[in-house]
Structure formats: structure tokens, C-alpha cells
Design a protein around this ligand. Structure first.
Ligand code: ADP
Ligand code: MG
Length: 202
């Protein structure tokens, strides 16, 4: 089973992915966590650094290619082996992030992003068993980012109009790809319960 939790930085994805991993592990299931685009894979981490941390100001298309390369590495090396054994893969983000940030945000053709991803990754990557989008008001996200203390990512620091485009993108992506929108402004436990309700039924 492949579960994706999508959403902007600071919405609580990593927190929920971790909780879900523990939840399934306690049931004795084989489960692995992925954090796109870097996760626990050094080559993916290096690709992520290249995009976000080296100050190259790469072309938007280059960003799309490098993010896709990181996805291929993560999928082949981390997700596929676990899925083949009937395990569970829980991922923070997938290519919907690239649709939001590079597509809606930076103006790369969305159909180009979809075509490229389809060429490079298998059907299951494209159609997770469950897809969630966590949403919280900007102010709450900013507070959470500040509490977490991690340096904000390059894309998050971009101009306000970029941020507005990404904000507006997520509801459209949810509709186009039939994702479950979860209001993540409640407590960590409340959000977890809302996600579990969808996964396990009421
Ligand atoms: P993301 O992975 O989406 O960027 P994180 O899971 O790292 O977000 O959460 C960002 C910060 O907000 C962390 O410090 C985390 O402990 C905190 N946090 C996550 N979910 C909630 C929540 N529902 N309520 C309050 N704080 C939260
Ligand atoms: Mg995270």
C-alpha cells in the first residue's frame, strides 16, 4: 500500500507520516517512510541540495528534472522493495509538489510535468492508494515553521505572489487528482484521527 501526505512546508506532513509509520509498525506490518525529495537516501539528498541550497538559481525545467531524478532514486531504492514484499510506503510529498511549486508557482507547463513523471515512474507512484493534502492557514504554517526552527526552504522564501500561486494550486490539485483534503489546523492527534478515519473507515 502506498500512502501520500502532501501539503506545503509546515503543514505537519512529517509529523503525520511518522505517526502512521509507528501505527502500522506496532501492528507488525512492514512499513517504510519516504520524505520526497531527499528522504534517507544520500544521492536524493544531494539532488535536493543542488536545487535548493547551492544558490545556482537553476532553470525551472532543471528543477523539474532534478526533482524527478530524486523521485526515481527514492522509488526504486526505498519504495519498490517494500511494496514488492506487500509492505506499506508512507510518503511526505510526491510529484504533486512539483505541479504546485514548479507548475503553478514557477509556470512550467503542467502537462509537461505530468508527461515526464509518467515516462519515468510507474503507475503505482502516480496513483497512490491514498492521497491526502494537509491545509492550514498561512499564519499557522509560519508559526509551525518558526517553532520547528528549520531554515525555510528556498521555494517557501520566494515572493509573496509565488506563495499565493502555490496556495491556490493545492485545492485545484486535490480536485484534479481526487485527493482528500485534511484540515490540519487542529492538534497533532486530531489530524491523525482524521487521516486514520479515511484509511480505516469510520
Ligand atoms: P512539514 O513536514 O509539513 O513541513 P512538520 O511535520 O515538520 O511539517 O511540522 C512542522 C512543525 O509543526 C513541527 O515542529 C511539528 O512538531 C509542528 N506540528 C505539526 N503538526 C502540528 C499540529 N497539528 N499542531 C501543532 N503543531 C504541529
Ligand atoms: Mg517535513
Amino acid at each position: 500500500m502506498y500512502i501520500v501526505i502532501e501539503g506545503q512546508d509546515g503543514t505537519g506532513k512529517s509529523t503525520q507520516v511518522e505517526l502512521l509509520k509507528d501505527y502500522y509498525q506496532k501492528q507488525g506490518k512492514k512499513v517504510v517512510m519516504m520524505e520526497e525529495p531527499d528522504g534517507d537516501l544520500p544521492q536524493a539528498h544531494d539532488l535536493h541540495d543542488l536545487i535548493l541550497s547551492r544558490g545556482y538559481h537553476l532553470e525551472s525545467l532543471t528543477n523539474v528534472l532534478l526533482f524527478t531524478a530524486a523521485r526515481v532514486e527514492l522509488w526504486k531504492k526505498i519504495a519498490e522493495p517494500v511494496l514488492k514484499e506487500g509492505g506499506i510506503v508512507i510518503s511526505a510529498r510526491n510529484y504533486w509538489s512539483t505541479l504546485a511549486y514548479q507548475g503553478y508557482g514557477e509556470g512550467v507547463s503542467r502537462s509537461k510535468i505530468i508527461r515526464l513523471t509518467k515516462e519515468m515512474l510507474p503507475e503505482h507512484y502516480f496513483k497512490p492508494d491514498y492521497g491526502f493534502i494537509l491545509t492550514v492557514p498561512d499564519q499557522v504554517r509560519e508559526e509551525r515553521q518558526a517553532i520547528r526552527g528549520k531554515a525555510m526552504e528556498t521555494f517557501e522564501m520566494k515572493r509573496h505572489d509565488f506563495q499565493a500561486k502555490v496556495n491556490a494550486a493545492y485545492p485545484k490539485i486535490a480536485k484534479d487528482f481526487n485527493l482528500t483534503i485534511v484540515d490540519a489546523s487542529g492538534s497533532i492527534e486530531e489530524v491523525f484521527e482524521a487521516i486514520k478515519k479515511v484509511l480505516l473507515g469510520p
